[in-house]
Design a binder for this molecule. Structure first.
Ligand code: ATP
Ligand code: MG
Length: 256
């Protein structure tokens, strides 16, 4: 059975997609079978995996509203060697349409049951909102990975996310837990980064991943080549960090 993780934070631009795509690629290098689910109408994870979001015949949207299934809609990232359930702006329509469908919060969970046995990891890239789409992600998952920048406002909004996760845990998905907070875009030369990072460790202890993802321009450049950073420049500090994070995740799930 696959372990299913949401990469979520309702703040925009905190590194969710970069984390999902590069963790998928890092896990693939570690010989794990991975499906990346793009649950964001922006389709950034789809493009970052090297799949053209303008040319999809089936996507997460069709799967959620019951017009297709995961086996039909999935594609393979050639660069990353993992599978992708791709998305584009059509997915925004699902937000509205799902409201009238049965088991509306569990559409993704039900859809993923079809391929559960085929993967070790299913990683879900959530949009920057606590919306019906994110709720579907949280209902489908065993755990949440929360990427955070170590800046002054990092903790603001975290309580909203934690409360949402608690509510989902209580009412919809008892499996759900916070797997960990991932420090991303880290700049060790900034005193503030060091301070916020230390605060996170104090507050959240074991829930903070050991791996720290540095700010690294190669990770930001890679999507324009349709490649995960991990494959685009495997020797870069960013790639090495995401491969290390993959190893940390493999270790964590063996203890789960
Ligand atoms: P959204 O909320 O819009 O979905 P996001 O949380 O998915 O955004 P990303 O798209 O992953 O965030 O990252 C935001 C920007 O920061 C992108 O331009 C990305 O290339 C860049 N970025 C992410 N991580 C790093 C990093 N470690 N080093 C340098 N740039 C990074
Ligand atoms: Mg994103």
């Amino acid at each position: 059975m696959a372990k299913i993780f949401c990469v979520a934070n309702q703040k925009g631009g905190v590194g969710k997609t970069t984390t999902t795509v590069n963790l998928a690629a890092g896990l693939a290098i570690l010989k794990q079978r991975v499906l990346l689910v793009d649950l964001d109408p922006q389709g950034n994870a789809t493009m970052g995996a090297g799949i053209n979001k303008a040319e999809l015949t089936a996507s997460t949207y069709e799967v959620l509203v019951g017009m297709s299934d995961v086996v039909t809609a999935r594609q393979t990232s050639q660069a990353g060697q993992f599978d992708v359930l791709p998305s584009n702006r059509e997915l925004a329509g699902a937000e509205v349409e799902m409201v009238d469908l049965e088991r509306r919060e569990r559409r993704l969970k039900d859809a993923l049951a079809l391929v559960d046995e085929q993967y070790d990891f299913i990683l879900i890239d959530c949009p920057p909102a606590l919306s019906m789409l994110t709720l579907n992600g949280l209902c489908a998952a065993h755990g949440v990975i929360i990427p955070m920048q170590c800046e002054y406002y990092a903790l603001e909004g975290l309580s909203d996310l934690v409360n949402t996760i608690k509510k989902v845990h209580a009412n919809l998905n008892q499996d759900l837990k916070i797997i960990g907070l991932l420090r991303v875009m880290f700049d060790p030369r900034m005193t503030l980064s060091q301070q916020v990072s230390a605060q996170l460790e104090q507050h959240f202890g074991d829930k903070v991943f050991k791996t720290i993802i540095p700010r690294n321009v190669r990770l930001a450049e890679a999507p324009s080549y349709g490649m995960p950073g991990v494959n685009f420049d495997a020797a870069s500090k960013g790639a090495q960090a995401y491969i290390a994070f993959g190893a940390e995740m493999v270790e964590r799930i063996s203890a789960m």
